[in-house]
Design a binder for this molecule. Structure first.
Ligand SMILES: NC(=O)c1ccc[n+]([C@@H]2O[C@H](COP(=O)([O-])OP(=O)(O)OC[C@H]3O[C@@H](n4cnc5c(N)ncnc54)[C@H](OP(=O)(O)O)[C@@H]3O)[C@@H](O)[C@H]2O)c1
Length: 356
C-alpha cells in the first residue's frame, strides 16, 4: 500500500468540496493500493492534525460542514500550521493550499521538501524573488508545485500551456475571459440589463465576492494574467499590468451597502457604452491578452455572438495561439469557477504528483 499524506489548508467552499471528493473516492483508491490519507485540515481559527489520518467520519462531517474544527482544534497561524505539519514527520506529504492568503508559506513548504498544490493565486503573484523561490531550480528531485486551479478553475489551461512549452512550442498570443463574475455582468448588460442591476443580481446569486468591488476592480483578472504571463516567460510584477477598473469614481471607499445603493446613479456611462457597441453589432467583454511583448487587461469590443461575444453568463474562454496552433488556435471553454470543478483540478494535480 502506498500512503500519501495530505495536509489541507483552508476548508471553505473549495476545501470542503475537495474533502468530499477525497472521501468519495478513498475506497476505490485503497483497492488500487493507494491510501490518500488526510493528515491535517486547518482553517483560520483551528487545525486538526492526525499522523495516522483523520478519522473517516470526522472527515465526512468536516466536508459536509456538519463539524467545525474549533471544538477539538489547535490554534493556527501560518507558522503554527507549518510547525504542526512538520511535527507529523511524514515524508512525501502534499500540502494543499485552499485559502486566498498572501502569507501562505509555499516557498517555505517547498524548502522543507513538501509537495504543494494550490488554488490560491496570491503567493504566485507576489514579487518576482518570491515567485522565483517557488518556481526556481525545479529538477527531477525537487518537490512538485502545481497550480492548475488558479486560472480557469477546473479548465486545463496551465497544464496545456506547460505541455506546449515543454515540447518546444512557442506561445504567440493568449486571449481569454477569466472572470465568471465579469462574464455574467457583460452578458447581462448586452441583453439590456443596466449595469447596476446586473451587479445586484450577481451579488444575489453569490457570483461576486462579498464586496463586488473586488471583482469590478479587475484585480483578480490581473493576477490570473500575471500567472499566465510568467508561465510563458514574462518577468513582470503585478504593478506592471494595468487593468481597467469598473468601480465608478467616488465609490471606491464607501461601505458595501452604500456602494450598492449609489451604483445605479454612477454607471450611466457603462450602460451607454454597451448601447453604443450594440448599434455596431458588437458587444463588450472583460479580456486579458498576453503576447510576447505585452500583457493587457480590460474591456474590449468584440463581435456579437461569436467566440468571446458568444459567451453566456460566467463561462470562461481561452484562445491560445502558438507556433503549432497558429491558423487554428487551441480553444478551452467552460465554467471558470465553482467549488466542485476547482476542487477536481486540485485533486487531479495531486494525483499527477503521486503518479510522477
Ligand atoms: N470558489 C471558486 O470557484 C474558486 C475557483 C478558482 C479558484 N479559487 C480559489 O480557491 C481558494 C479558496 O476559495 P474558496 O471559494 O473556497 O474561499 P473561502 O470559501 O473563502 O475559503 C477560504 C478558506 O481559507 C481559510 N483561511 C483563510 N485564512 C487562513 C489562514 N491564515 N490559515 C488557514 N486557513 C485560512 C478560511 O478559514 P476559515 O474557515 O477558518 O475562515 C476558509 O476556510 C481561493 O484562493 C480562491 O481564489 C476558488
Amino acid at each position: 500500500m502506498r500512503v500519501t499524506p495530505i495536509a489541507v489548508i483552508g476548508k471553505g467552499n473549495v476545501g470542503r468540496a475537495f474533502l468530499r471528493q477525497i472521501a468519495a473516492t478513498r475506497a476505490a483508491f485503497l483497492e488500487r493500493g493507494l491510501d490518500l490519507r488526510v493528515v491535517a485540515v486547518a482553517g483560520r481559527q483551528a487545525g486538526l492534525y492526525a499522523k495516522d489520518g483523520i478519522d473517516e467520519t470526522r472527515l465526512r462531517d468536516l466536508a459536509e460542514g456538519r463539524a467545525k474544527l474549533d471544538a477539538a482544534g489547535t490554534p493556527t497561524g501560518w507558522d503554527e500550521i507549518t510547525a504542526h505539519v512538520a511535527g507529523l514527520g511524514l515524508p512525501g506529504q502534499i500540502v494543499v493550499d485552499l485559502t486566498a492568503e498572501d502569507a501562505a508559506a509555499h516557498d517555505e513548504w517547498l524548502r522543507r521538501g513538501w509537495h504543494v498544490v494550490t488554488a490560491n493565486k496570491k503567493p504566485l503573484t507576489g514579487p518576482l524573488p518570491r515567485y522565483d523561490a517557488i518556481m526556481g531550480h525545479r529538477d527531477a528531485e525537487a518537490p512538485a508545485y502545481r497550480y492548475e486551479a488558479t486560472v480557469g478553475a477546473g479548465l486545463p489551461v496551465i497544464a496545456s500551456l506547460r505541455d506546449m512549452l515543454l515540447t518546444g512550442d512557442e506561445v504567440i498570443e493568449v486571449r481569454a475571459t477569466v472572470s465568471g463574475t465579469l462574464g455574467f455582468l457583460c452578458s447581462a448588460c448586452e441583453e439590456g440589463t443596466p449595469f447596476a442591476a446586473a451587479v445586484a443580481e450577481a451579488k444575489k446569486r453569490g457570483y461576486t465576492e462579498p464586496d463586488p468591488r473586488d471583482d469590478l476592480s479587475g484585480e483578480d483578472v490581473r493576477r490570473k494574467a500575471l500567472i499566465l504571463a510568467r508561465l510563458i516567460g514574462h518577468r513582470k510584477e503585478l504593478g506592471d499590468i494595468a487593468a481597467e477598473g469598473l468601480v465608478p469614481e467616488g465609490l471606491a471607499s464607501c461601505t458595501v451597502d452604500e456602494f450598492m445603493d449609489r451604483l445605479a446613479g454612477a454607471t450611466g456611462a457603462i450602460d451607454d457604452r454597451f448601447r453604443a457597441v450594440a448599434r455596431r453589432g458588437r458587444t463588450l467583454r472583460y479580456m486579458l491578452t498576453i503576447t510576447k511583448d505585452d500583457v493587457r487587461v480590460g474591456m474590449e469590443e468584440v463581435p456579437l455572438g461569436d467566440g468571446f461575444g458568444g459567451l453566456k453568463g460566467p463561462e470562461n474562454l481561452f484562445v491560445i495561439r502558438t507556433a503549432r496552433y497558429d491558423a487554428n488556435p487551441l480553444m478551452i471553454r467552460g465554467p471558470g469557477a465553482g467549488p466542485d470543478v476547482t476542487a477536481a483540478a486540485v485533486f487531479s494535480d495531486l494525483l499527477r504528483i503521486i503518479a510522477h
